[in-house]
Design a protein around this ligand. Structure first.
Ligand SMILES: CC(C)(COP(=O)(O)OP(=O)(O)OC[C@H]1O[C@@H](n2cnc3c(N)ncnc32)[C@H](O)[C@@H]1OP(=O)(O)O)[C@@H](O)C(=O)NCCC(=O)NCCS
Length: 164
C-alpha cells in the first residue's frame, strides 16, 4: 500500500499546485467568477494542504480562501484536485474531511464552494439559497456546510472578496 503524506501548503508548493490544477481542470479555469474572489488574497495558510506520495510527487491539493457573505465571514473551499493517477483512492475525500475539521478547529463557522452537488453531498454540503456568487455562476452549484450547528442559518447576500 502506497504511503501518502499530508501537510500544509508552503509558498514553495505554489507552482506545483497550480500545475496540478491546470492538469485537472478545463482550460480557462481562472476566468471563473470564483477566481475573482481570490485575486490578491492569499489562500488560508494552515488550511490549504498538499498530499505527496512516497516519491514526494504531488498527488493532491486543496485550498481555502476567506470570503464575506453579506456581513458575515465564510471559508471558500477550492480548488481541490487529485492527480488522475490517484483519483478514486479516497484522497479527495481525505483532503476535504481534513480541511473541514481544520476549519472548525480554527474557529470558522461555515464553508461554501461552487461544485458538483452529487460529489459534495457526501460531506454534508447542500445548496445555499440566498447566497449570491458573482455572475455567471449556476446557483445549483453554490453549496455550503455548517461547521457549527446552524452555521448557515440566516446567512444571505452577495459573496465578496475578503477585505480585512
Ligand atoms: C473531484 C476529485 C477532487 C475527487 O477526488 P478523488 O480522490 O478522486 O475522490 P475520492 O476517491 O475521495 O472519491 C471518489 C468518489 O467520488 C466520486 N466523484 C468524483 N468526482 C465526482 C463528481 N464530479 N460528481 C460526482 N461524484 C464524483 C467518484 O465517482 C467516487 O465515487 P464512489 O466513492 O461512489 O466510488 C478528483 O476526482 C479531481 O481532482 N477531479 C478533477 C478536478 C475536480 O473536478 N475537482 C472538483 C471541483 S468541483
Amino acid at each position: 500500500m502506497q504511503q501518502f503524506v499530508i501537510r500544509p501548503e508552503e509558498p514553495d508548493d505554489w507552482w506545483e499546485v497550480e500545475a496540478l490544477y491546470d492538469l485537472c481542470f478545463a482550460p480557462g479555469r481562472e476566468a471563473l467568477s470564483s477566481y475573482r474572489l481570490r485575486d490578491d488574497v492569499p489562500p488560508m495558510s494552515g488550511l490549504s494542504q498538499v498530499v505527496r506520495d512516497g516519491q514526494d510527487i504531488l498527488a493532491g491539493a486543496i485550498r481555502f480562501w476567506p470570503v464575506h457573505v453579506g456581513d458575515q465571514d465564510a471559508l471558500l473551499l477550492g480548488p481541490v484536485a487529485v492527480h488522475p493517477t490517484h483519483q478514486g483512492e479516497g484522497l479527495g475525500g481525505f483532503l476535504i474531511h481534513e480541511g473541514l475539521r481544520a476549519g472548525r478547529t480554527k474557529g470558522w463557522d461555515r464553508v461554501m464552494l461552487v461544485g458538483d452537488a452529487p460529489y459534495y453531498a457526501r460531506f454534508g454540503f447542500t445548496r445555499l439559497t440566498g447566497v449570491e456568487m458573482p455572475p455567471p455562476t449556476n446557483p445549483d452549484r453554490v453549496l455550503g456546510v455548517d461547521l457549527i450547528p446552524g452555521g448557515w442559518d440566516g446567512i444571505t447576500g452577495p459573496v465578496t472578496r475578503w477585505s480585512r
